[in-house]
Design a protein around this ligand. Sequence first.
Ligand SMILES: Cc1ncc(C[n+]2csc(CCOP(=O)(O)OP(=O)(O)O)c2C)c(N)n1
Length: 378
Amino acid sequence: MSLNVEHHSVRTLPSEKPIRLLDNAGHAVTGQATGGFALPDCDTLLDLYRKMVIARRFDVQVTALTKQGRLATYPSAYGQEACEIGVIAALEARDWFFPTYRDSIALLTRGIDPGHILQSFRGDWHNGYDQHAHRCASQATPLATQALHAVGLAHAARLRKDPIVALTFLGDGATSEGDAHEAFNFAAVWQTPTVFLVQNNQFAISVPLWRQTRAVTLADKAVGYGMPGYHVDGNDIAAMYAVARAAVDRARSGGGPTLIEGLTYRIESHTNSDDPTRYRSARDVEHWKRRDPIERLEKYLVSEGALTEAIRSEITDAAEAVAAHTRDVMTAEADLDPLELFDHVYSRPRPALMEQRARLEAELAEGKHEAEPAGAAR
Ligand SMILES: Cc1ncc(C[n+]2csc(CCOP(=O)(O)OP(=O)(O)O)c2C)c(N)n1
């Protein structure tokens, strides 16, 4: 079957210096450093600021709840808000999103309820949200698998002449996976409407980027597949949004896939089970904290007179409301049936598994697994 793909290839080398529209002091950047992208208007930037403040408040709240034992695990995106929010905000409601475990704040920005986003992190076997209603796949833990799913869905949409875009996020470490290679290659060969965001937060758990690749930038990888690649300051939401909007528009109009690398930093630990002091210095973390994406945009919006005290306090209230709702849903006892654990493992369960199930059922009947009262001594 002919897909009628035009046989033109792209050879654009990403810039070695990341594309930037706002510098760290919150000043608008001009000239070559912008990569030809225009600074979004103040209304758009104010909306992005609002989304970032809410996202961070949510993230801080969830990290605290995890320390209280309300979630089994939580991979924080603190410090990565410009990547997460700038790119998800470029998507339309009809488009699809294929996230990783790191991308809860992008799902929040997409309008999914905190309790539903966090359901699997709390230990439920089931994904908590309706993927079709939100057009968001479940958060993938097996690295880079979601990239292939995004390409598959985009390819199918293209065949059906459905003008939607599939966006997927990957970490820097995930670019070493075979699945990432296959996804990039299929997307370019088939010219699928896919946008890849590689969030280069510089670590794959304890493995630093320099152990992961010899490429000068991760965006360079796009060239080898024949698609445009952009190396962007991942703490500058103005740049992330502008580049993502262009990539989404190009994908929708039949221009094929784009790979965007957002250069950022993971401020928190990989998850709550990780101790980052064993593999990176406090000085590095401080260096990146001084490049905070929210503070940068705030400085610009204040200097433009777009962020007033009244707006700031309205945004703080909205963020606090999200945090309070998150606390409420996560401190309510989960309505889970532990025996469900055995239900969907085998079509014909093995005898040993059924024995375990019977044992757990008996223990539950004896009340052995009842939660301790709050504040009980350990
Ligand atoms: C296929 C696969 N191999 C290994 C792992 C274990 N693992 C979980 S997260 C992670 C590091 C991923 O780093 P990166 O892609 O940079 O994303 P980040 O966590 O920094 O967002 C690894 C190796 C996994 N989840 N899937």
